[in-house]
Design a protein around this ligand. Structure first.
Ligand code: NAD
Length: 514
């Protein structure tokens, strides 16, 4: 398919630098919300429609066809047909071909960075600087999936001379992907990469709040040599298209990222349909722990605030529970206030903006509800809380103190730029507070002492544990890192070789000769 989506008038070599530049580029964008099924955009006959709403100004970004059961049926049928077409000995069944196409797609994503970043920024309000960084990360997930492909090779087993025995990794078949709005492009590619690398065909249902970047990736994938039907993207609502995908009897596996409540529903639906394999990456309530042996408290404060305000706190691994040694509490509280004050709230298309709006009015109301109830219950807020003065979906960052360990704002995922602050006296108390949650996605610890660091690496209930002995703003995940959530955060490994293997099924092949 011809690439027809170049932004007219945009200087592809130059990078937009100002709010005016980015706004101009946004106006030049071709916003295409049509579904992508069997290698092409269509959806003209779909009766129902829905709109993406800009959280910055409350206006529709664009309107698009809304998939339901029948449309999911078509996409699953296209994926099944593509699998049949690509059965051995076709080229797509070959590892090297899949690797080549995925690497080309990574380059194409990178080459369309401004367009893809704009699509997410317009739909869900991520500041453009963060959205650009997200495109680079997203392209990286495709390359990481290719790096991991040697894990798919057959494992030959010792056996009798007259026999050959091996363990072979087979694709699941048709894999459904359901993704959230907080990092729309990244989450889609973090699943598409390993699902395709493992030889599956995919039907993706992106979030209704921000489906445009994933649809655009499907266009790019075709130009990179992906056979039609191998990747299908159906825009629609969770209760309609998402539910239909989870219930579909011809979907072999489903990988979901989103809230714990939806994850629970999906698991029930999958269980009562065809026992499809399910992987769930759900919510989190991650601790950031600060010990008193760590010298550079101002640098820690920078990292802590970044940890719960990045993407306006709409991050599954947001460090939304700060636990500090009591001796540092007052100093840290002052530093946190200063740093929250310095964040630049504004238009997501302004490169100076570090704190964009929350993604929707519903998200704003949810975040505000947690804060309002905590304050009504006697909690104190560090930072400026004035719900009445809030513009559109913007929410100023807050640290909440004086709350009990059972309080909803400590226990529930707020998904906004809000953290709680609790003090501890001993390492045991810190560990108990950190683990006093039903979630288990991530944890970070600022600690100089290696023995204590190791004690926490073992004792924390979390899929990812980051232990910092020197100031770090946003520690990057190592290439090849694999992690699996704990408790209500879900299950199923993501990332690295182990993450790729969740998209494959083990088959034992024995050949007995006479
Ligand atoms: P959500 O659960 O509301 O929606 C996620 C996706 O599920 C959307 O595409 C939605 O349309 C779909 N969906 C909704 N109901 C469905 C149903 N009944 N059947 C099938 N699909 C359905 O989550 P959200 O608000 O889009 O995203 C925020 C949540 O995602 C947070 O809880 C966050 O922690 C989580 N998240 C987790 C990770 C992780 O890696 N663990 C990463 C990013 C986001």
């Amino acid at each position: 398919m011809q690439d027809t989506h170049d932004t007219p008038g945009a200087d592809r070599a130059g990078i937009a630098r100002s709010l005016v530049d980015w706004t101009q580029r946004a106006h030049q964008l071709s916003l295409d919300g049509r579904p992508f099924i069997d290698g092409r955009r269509d959806g003209a006959a779909w009766a129902a429609r829905f709109a993406c709403i800009s959280p910055q100004d409350g206006k529709p970004v664009t309107e698009m066809p809304r998939g339901g059961r029948a449309e999911i049926d078509s996409a699953v049928a296209a994926a099944r047909t593509a699998l049949a077409r690509s059965a051995v000995p076709s080229e797509w069944a070959d590892h090297a071909t899949r690797a080549t196409v995925l690497l080309r797609l990574a380059d194409a994503v990178q080459a369309h960075a401004e367009e893809l970043a704009l699509l997410d920024s317009l739909c869900m309000g991520m500041p453009i600087s963060g959205a650009l960084a997200d495109v680079a990360e997203a392209a990286g997930t495709l390359r990481h999936a290719v790096d991991a492909m040697p894990a798919l090779e057959d494992e030959t087993l010792p056996s009798r001379p007259s026999a050959t025995a091996m363990n072979r990794r087979m694709p699941h078949g048709v894999v459904g992907l359901v993704t959230p709005w907080n990092f729309p492009l990244f989450t889609a590619l973090a699943k598409i990469g390993p699902a395709l690398a493992a030889g599956n065909a995919v039907v993706l249902k992106p979030s209704e709040l921000a489906p445009l970047s994933a649809l655009r990736v499907a266009d790019l994938a075709i130009t990179c040599g992906l056979p039609p039907g191998v990747l299908n993207v159906v825009p629609g609502l969770g209760a309609e298209a998402g539910q239909a995908l989870a219930a579909h009897p011809d979907v072999d596996a489903l990988s979901f990222t989103g809230s714990t409540l939806t994850g629970q529903r999906i698991m029930q639906t999958a269980g009562s349909s065809n026992l499809k394999a399910v992987m769930l990456e759900c919510g989190g309530k991650s601790p950031q722990i600060v010990f008193d042996d760590f010298g550079d408290l101002p640098a820690v404060a920078d990292a802590l605030v970044q940890g719960f305000t990045w993407n306006s706190g709409q991050v599954c691994v947001a460090g939304s529970r700060i636990l500090v040694h009591r001796s540092l509490h007052d100093r840290l509280a002052r530093l946190l206030e200063e740093r929250m004050h310095a964040l630049h709230t504004g238009d997501p298309l302004d490169p100076a903006t570090t704190l964009g709006p929350l993604a929707s009015t519903a998200q704003w109301a949810k975040v505000n509800g947690f804060v309002r109830d905590a304050l009504a219950g006697g909690a104190r807020a560090l930072g400026v809380y004035d719900a009445a003065a809030a513009a559109a979906c913007h929410f100023r960052p807050l640290v909440i103190e004086g709350v009990g360990a059972e309080s909803p704002i400590v226990q529930e995922e707020v998904f906004g730029p809000v953290a709680t602050l609790q003090s501890f006296d001993t390492p045991d108390e810190a560990l108990a507070l950190a683990n006093a949650t039903r979630y288990g996605l991530s944890a970070s610890v600022w600690v100089a002492d290696d023995k204590l660091a190791d004690h926490f690496a073992r004792g924390l209930r979390a899929g990812t544990v980051t232990l910092m002995a020197a100031p770090q703003a946003a520690p990057a995940m190592a290439r090849g890192a694999s992690s699996e959530p704990v408790g209500l955060s879900g299950f199923g490994v993501e990332g690295g070789r182990a993450g790729l293997l969740t998209y494959a099924r083990m088959r034992h092949v024995a050949r007995l000769r006479s």
